[in-house]
Design a protein around this ligand. Structure first.
Ligand SMILES: NC(=O)c1ccc[n+]([C@@H]2O[C@H](COP(=O)([O-])OP(=O)(O)OC[C@H]3O[C@@H](n4cnc5c(N)ncnc54)[C@H](OP(=O)(O)O)[C@@H]3O)[C@@H](O)[C@H]2O)c1
Length: 322
């Protein structure tokens, strides 16, 4: 009962997921993890890499990415060629395109993309013409568009296991008002709080997963989305920037009750690589911690909205790239 209650408010239920036992050997596979330098992105990189996967850390800060790689290679000296910094900033469409080109040039396959990077509860700001938190979606949309040919090629190779795209959302998608993805102005609009705009971006992460999966009919590509848990990470920088001292107090008082990044990363690691996702044929599904299918809000289940978001995202990527 307590597990059920905990998972309803965004914490982990009692499901066990043992990364070592439940993930297959990933040798020969290639993954991209956005925001792989910190928080649950870093733990995700570590889990995939320890299983033999070559992992690109798609990060906006080269220094932070290289520091993260150094922390990992301390464990296994000499294996740093299987951890690669990939320049990527959610708010820079050109970086998504370039990241796609880099992968096309250097890799013959791409098995896993974990769309993990993001900011939370950031003060209102337009960055390159788009509300800062909406980039949590749009940057990932552009990146996945750029690597889709490589993902499809990988999925179509003889004997291939399923290719995975994981879209990291949040229970905070529940805070979004009814989304209006009809125009840039509507997604850029001011809302009553920064949490509503964060909610909009996290709802978009779910709609993106659903819309992408629907466009991959017949492909051996599984796209799923999740709330990872309420976790003690650097994500609280946003509320501190929005609320100042009060944000710091919230951070200090809540941090001790939150999940560890090790536990918080489990659900996306599961979706990125576990055998069970194939066995249970999960596609376009929403998960809560740990590794448990769940039902998101009615808005999140609205396929018309998912299609509207897809059309807007295609238009914006074209319009803002020129
Ligand atoms: N922590 C939670 O309780 C929680 C709950 C629900 C959902 N989530 C989701 O989980 C994901 C990971 O969050 P986390 O908790 O691990 O937070 P985190 O420790 O703050 O990590 C966020 C990562 O995203 C990167 N990032 C932020 N803005 C970026 C940009 N414009 N371009 C490229 N990378 C950018 C950060 O890079 P820098 O280091 O350079 O800033 C960092 O690597 C997010 O999508 C978040 O919404 C977290």
């Amino acid at each position: 009962m307590l597990g059920g209650l905990a998972s309803k408010v965004g914490f982990a239920n009692s499901r066990a997921f043992d990364i070592d036992a439940d993930l297959p050997d990933l040798s020969g596979k290639v993954a991209v993890v956005t925001g792989g330098n910190d928080g649950i992105g870093f733990i995700t990189v570590r889990a995939l890499w320890r299983k033999g996967c070559k992992v690109y850390l798609a990060c906006r800060s080269e220094q932070k990415a290289r520091d993260a790689i150094a922390r990992l290679t301390k464990e296994h000296p000499g294996s740093d060629h299987t951890l690669v910094f990939l320049p990527f900033d959610l708010t820079q469409l050109a970086s998504a395109k370039k990241a796609g080109e880099t992968l096309e040039q250097n890799e013959s396959r791409l098995d896993i993309v974990v769309c993990n990077a993001g900011v939370m509860a950031w003060p209102y700001e337009l960055v390159n013409g788009v509300e800062v938190q909406f980039w949590n979606h749009l940057g990932h949309f552009a990146l996945v568009q750029a690597v889709l040919p490589l993902l499809k090629k990988t999925a179509q190779a003889p004997g291939a296991t399923s290719v995975r795209v994981v879209s990291v959302s949040s229970v905070a998608h529940q805070m979004s008002p009814k989304p209006d993805y009809s125009s840039l102005e509507s997604v850029n609009r001011q809302m009553t709080s920064t949490w509503q705009r964060y909610g909009q971006s996290k709802l978009a992460n779910i709609h993106f997963a659903v819309a992408l999966q629907n466009r991959l009919e017949g492909e051996n590509i599984r796209v799923n989305t999740l709330h990872p848990g309420n976790i003690n990470t650097s994500l609280m920088r946003g509320p501190v920037a929005s609320y100042g001292f009060f944000g710091k107090v919230i951070k200090a008082t809540t941090s001790r009750f939150l999940m560890t990044p090790d536990d918080g990363a489990k659900t996306q690691i599961y979706l990125a690589a576990s055998r069970e996702v194939d066995e249970k044929d999960y596609r376009g599904k929403y998960f809560i911690p740990i590794a448990t299918p769940a039902t998101p809000t009615a808005y999140a289940q609205d396929k018309e909205l998912a299609d509207q978001l897809w059309r807007l995202s295609e238009d914006l990527v074209k319009q803002l790239s020129t």
